[in-house]
Design a protein around this ligand. Structure first.
Ligand code: 6PG
Length: 251
């Protein structure tokens, strides 16, 4: 686990953009492509905007980058809660990435179970995977943490946390929240790099439980890539309960 504390959300976002750039360059050099899965939420928006500025946009070889989505709410793309909408507006429409390199979770015009199957099949096709029980290895997965300890759309106390076969599952929500679709823990834990972005004092308490105590009831504590690296990129407010000795300020 590598913990990096930056002063504020802006510095955190610059660091995340640098990490994305560096790891994508390495992956493209090694294997000719870079495969990422990106999250929605408020925190990563600035990272996406920075990646689409001239300084980064021109450095990155977008033709070799493949963008998947960590999770999605079952809402239209123009809905304020759509992760596809967020990532399209803050990144995709500002860079020249071939449209066939973007793999949205399709949630319109099909049932949730068909959406799940469709997304899982497209991931399997991309990674040339036949059998079940085999998991793809993304180069870079960007995650956030909710105040309740959820990550991706994996919520505390849900049976999706014990999924061992599927790459993608449906998430039924109570209280009129839209249903969601998410990558599963075995996929997240098979990545080469998992990068959590966490900002703000309201996340300090949960972050302490995830990073220091690894409380197993919190889905974010279950992220532990077996053959990869897990980065926590956090700002000072979110990191106020993390000991300085635990922090490595370089990526
Ligand atoms: C989403 C993600 C979710 C998110 C956390 C943190 O699409 O919203 O599924 O896991 O990363 O809820 O969100 P914030 O960045 O908004 O705090």
């Amino acid at each position: 686990m590598k913990i990096i504390i930056e002063r504020n959300l802006e510095a955190l976002s610059v660091k995340a953009a640098l990490l994305f750039t560096r790891i994508s360059e390495d992956a493209i050099r090694m294997s000719g492509r870079f495969v990422t899965a990106l999250s929605g939420g408020k925190t990563p928006r600035r990272t996406y905007e920075i990646l689409s500025t001239d300084e980064y946009r021109k450095k990155i070889d977008w033709s070799k980058i493949h963008i998947f989505f960590v999770d999605e709410r079952c809402v239209p793309p123009d809905h304020p809660e759509s992760n596809f909408g967020l990532i399209r507006n803050s990144l995709l429409e500002r860079i020249s990435i071939p449209p066939e390199n973007v793999y949205p979770i399709r949630v319109q015009g099909m049932s949730i179970s068909d959406s799940v199957r469709n997304y899982e099949d497209r991931i399997k096709n991309f990674f040339y995977m036949g059998k079940t029980g085999v998991f793809p290895s993304f180069d870079f997965i960007l995650l956030g943490i909710g105040q309740d300890g959820h990550t991706a759309s994996l919520f505390p106390g849900t049976r999706n946390l014990s999924e061992t076969e599927h790459l993608v599952v449906a998430v039924e929500r109570k209280n009129a929240h839209p249903a969601r679709i998410t990558l599963t823990l075995p996929v997240l834990n098979n990545a080469a790099n998992v990068v959590f972005l966490v900002s703000g004092s309201e996340k300090a308490s949960v972050l302490e439980k995830v990073v220091r105590r690894r409380e197993p009831a919190l889905p974010a504590s279950l992220i532990n890539p077996a053959r990869g690296t897990c980065f926590f990129l956090i700002d000072e407010e979110a990191g106020k309960h993390i000991l300085a000795a635990e922090v490595i300020n370089r990526a």
